[in-house]
Design a protein around this ligand. Sequence first.
Ligand code: DMJ
Length: 675
Amino acid sequence: FSHYRNEIIVWLTQKQPYHLSHHIPVHRQNMTTPALLPLSGRRIPTLSPGASSFPHHRATLRLSEKFILLLILSAFITLCFGAFFFLPDNSKHKRFDFGLEDVLIPHIDSEKEARHSSRQVIHGVGDHDEHRHREEEESLRDKIRADHERALQEAKEKLRKSKEELKAEIQTEKTKVVEDLKKKDGPKPLPPVPMPKLVGVKDGDPGDPDTKEKRDKIREMMKHAWDSYRQYGWGHNELKPIAKKGHSTNIFGNSQMGATIVDALDTLYIMGLHDEFKDGQEWIKQNLDFSVNAEVSVFEVNIRFIGGLLAAYYLSGQEVFKVKAVQLAEKLLPAFNTPTGIPWAMVNLKSGVGRNWGWASAGSSILAEFGTLHMEFVHLTYLTGNPAYYQKVMHIRKLLAKMDRPNGLYPNYLNPRTGRWGQHHTSVGGLGDSFYEYLLKAWLMSDKTDTEARKTYDDAIEAIERHLIRKSNGGLTFIGEWKNGHLERKMGHLTCFAGGMFALGADGSPDDKAGHYLQLGAEIAHTCHESYDRTVLKLGPEAFKFDSGLEAVAVRQNEKYYILRPEVIETYWYMWRFTHDPKYRQWGWEAAQAIDKYCRVSGGFSGVKDVYSSNPTYDDVQQSFFLAETLKYLYLLFSSDELLPLENWVFNTEAHPLPVLHLGNITLPGSETQR
Ligand code: DMJ
């Protein structure tokens, strides 16, 4: 066949230029056309006018000649193909050797083949090797054929399956790939670190039956909030208790990271709701994944997720919480890649790209956000041995220390590109609050060794007292907000946490002013209680004024809502711990009853839109901080002081307890370079 094949090709290629020639100008007819060269590589004599075997005045064949040639050609081709199809398989492969096999079916092993051919020359055993070589090729072909048949069979079977079956199969395969990837990346083992001494992880039975009954009621409320979320919003960040479905806000991007589960864990643990805790732990183990394309708030994720996971780890000793906290913290680190090291407000967990809120003074970062990372980040360095976390937060502190402060006050906005303050607004409520809280708590958490933090706190509070704290005509102490050189006589619900902070910071204050700060805490607690007591629902509004005869009441409609916030109850609890004045338990109980009466619905607990209306409408959100903070502080208020004593535990701003690090002679990695 190969012999005839070459002949045909030669013949065909000789004819083609001839047929084309009468369309081609003479001066170009001598040009060889590479595409028309025969496969065998034999050189075809080029056609030149006059040298042809045909008379040169005849440009075409006669019709009869064409017909005969066509007949011969088709007979020949039929013969060849016939022979090919009727020959046994083996002979086909041996003889149908156009060289295309090499392209379509790769050789088994060219190195091996080279060795074989060289051996042929040296040892003269070509026949044997050639035989083996052919056998190997045969077996490879058989294998390829078998593979193709299997693939075909599988495809046929797939086509026979229903859409649902196919979907289920795809899902199983996806899960397997994810599992394999997880195993491959695997949680990196963390260095063993001595567990800090954990004091007071106990029941905290209050003793007297009346208080116990109240505590049981709070526990029941927690169970209702949790069970409702479990039933209607499981895995979502939060719950819509009226619509009975999941809910989320922009602070979590478009993620579904079970914020309520993480935020609620330690409350469940403290309340002895162990089955619920296990349930949450299992969800976290199986589902909490931070490789999501979601732009989240660095601050919120830090205080709720990292804080929540660390607290759950310390309380329960379960490694999974520590590992998850560290995985998440790694995802937050790119937020610090700014010209100044002041982190962006938001970061995309997948890409690491950060940016600031559009509304924040000319692209600024916010004091309460970048200033509320210290506690969690110091614990992360302690647990991982990675100095990065500690260095990042210490860098922020150093940078702030070098800056001028108008009237000794810290403005709420700081531009992370220029390192300059934005608008000169100062607040102990929203946008500023937990920055001051974390200065004090950094000192407490370091077993009172971080005196730099204490000094910064004391200086800040002194300026706040001088410029922001006033007494109303009716004798209520309030903390106003500084806006471009004047004091706004308005206080937010958020600001009410400061009563607890002043009490917590009383011990250790300069010039022995402990009594003064405890008194200040009591006055703020009283004012905030008034803001509750002066409403119809006995629940506090979002913001209240001390102006034009109005005291501790909201004026604007959009400030009359209560969204299950904890700050007032938080202050009651700190005041209770430091004074044991029964009025704090009484006030806490009033708030608990009001929440149960006006915010409880069959699908959980909801915020209300107007605390001055006897017929309030719901906002239909069960905030995760209701379980993390509000119910936890209430439970602690009706427990004995033995449960989580304040000498041993420091609560982060989301009420997640972290143990005091009695570091003694241990130096945190990274701290040497900072000091
Ligand atoms: C909580 O997420 C934290 O307490 C935060 O510091 C500010 N306030 C909310 C609840 O009101």
